[in-house]
Design a protein around this ligand. Structure first.
Ligand SMILES: [Zn+2]
Ligand SMILES: [Zn+2]
Length: 360
């Protein structure tokens, strides 16, 4: 099959292979998924740059949807023909944390090889290796959704939508009337915005450095837009003024330690500061102590605090009822050979999302 291989850290070390194979036959609780769509997320860029400290060589890609084509002898979660969104949680499924309903906090999943090329075993990013025509995953990582949702849009549920909407629904728990600021209005930020709108937020301030984001942010539910296009722009002062003294929830979505420190100062006393974006995992955040001191809650958030088996179908159904925008998040589609162009677009910060279609 075709798939992308990251030989080493750096965009120049990613290449397309025609000779990818599964690492082994199906185990009893595994499923084989034909990947129909895989989004290119900021985390893919971070992975390729080595900021997730993944071993190489690996098959990148982690935000995907597809069709189940084969199931192991003990699989009960899905059937052949099901449309599934892949979950980035390679969780074990049977430890107290998983049994308690928090698969994202499971510490027992471990990292595994997903594919081989010749006799070279390849790691799979997020145990998925989604930039390939097929992958084999534990059934925990394949969540059925209604077939009415187009797979190109459904792919985004697995990461960008879950990460943004989950931060609002699961972690911050935005309530009717709350004031929100969203720093970064890209693929994830737009989902923070639309989830805050669904939660009844009375003010949603979006901040981005690209003027083109104003229209999209507004369409997704932002009530105010601040253009941070120069180093002189004082975003903290602007948010303090617009919100009348600070917001109830400040979401940092860019993955910048400096912006996370700013977000702390944007929250009102007693408010939430939500670290949605992911910088280099070894980064250190420094902030003025007094900014956090007054009963603020600093929330670490991994993948929207998601519970995929509950949240993926919920998000799919919100889409089918016209309440959640997914199609509008996809700005481009391309084949597997379109990754570099998608990375360039991400770095330029001008668009929402490219989705790769491994089967064309
Ligand atoms: Zn577990
Ligand atoms: Zn992602």
């Amino acid at each position: 099959m075709q798939g992308l291989i990251q030989e080493d850290n750096g965009e120049e070390h990613v290449r397309l292979s025609d000779a990818l194979e599964h690492v082994a036959d199906l185990e009893p609780r595994q499923v084989r998924v034909e990947i129909r769509a895989a989004g290119v997320c900021g985390s893919d860029l971070s992975c390729v740059h080595g900021k997730y400290y993944m071993p190489t060589p690996l098959v990148p890609g982690h935000e995907a949807a597809g069709v189940v084509v084969e199931i192991g002898s003990a699989v009960t979660y899905c059937s052949v023909g099901d449309h599934v969104v892949l979950s980035t949680f390679g969780n074990c499924g049977h430890c107290p944390t998983c049994e308690g309903g928090d698969p994202g906090n499971c510490g027992f999943g471990g990292l595994r090889h997903t594919h081989v090329e010749g006799d070279q075993a390849l790691w799979g990013f997020a145990n998925l290796g989604a930039f390939a025509q097929e992958t084999i995953v534990h059934e925990n990582q394949a969540v059925p959704i209604p077939t009415e949702v187009p797979l190109t849009s459904a792919a985004l549920i697995g990461c960008g939508v879950m990460t943004g909407a989950g931060a609002v629904f699961n972690r911050a728990q935005v309530a009717v009337g709350d004031r929100v600021v969203v720093v970064g209005a890209g693929g994830v930020g737009l989902n923070v915005i639309q989830a805050a709108r669904l939660s009844g937020a009375s003010q949603i301030i979006a901040i981005d450095r690209a003027p083109s984001k104003e229209r999209t942010a507004t369409e997704f539910g932002a009530t105010d837009f601040l253009l941070a296009d120069s180093d002189d722009f004082d975003a903290v002062a602007a948010v303090q003024q617009l919100s009348g003294g600070g917001v109830d929830h400040a979401f940092e979505v860019v993955g910048s330690t400096k912006l996370l420190a700013d977000a702390i100062s944007m929250a009102r006393a007693g408010g939430n500061v939500c670290a949605v974006g992911v910088p280099d995992l070894t980064a250190t955040v420094t902030y003025p102590f007094q900014a956090l001191h007054q009963n603020k809650n600093l929330l670490g958030i991994r993948a929207g605090g998601g519970k995929p088996r509950r949240d993926f179908p919920l998000l799919a159904n919100l889409y089918l009822r016209g309440m959640l925008r997914l199609d509008e998040l996809v700005s481009h589609t391309a084949g597997l050979d379109g990754l570099q162009e998608a990375f360039d677009a991400l770095k330029a910060g001008a668009e929402a999302r490219t989705v790769l279609l491994p089967h064309g």
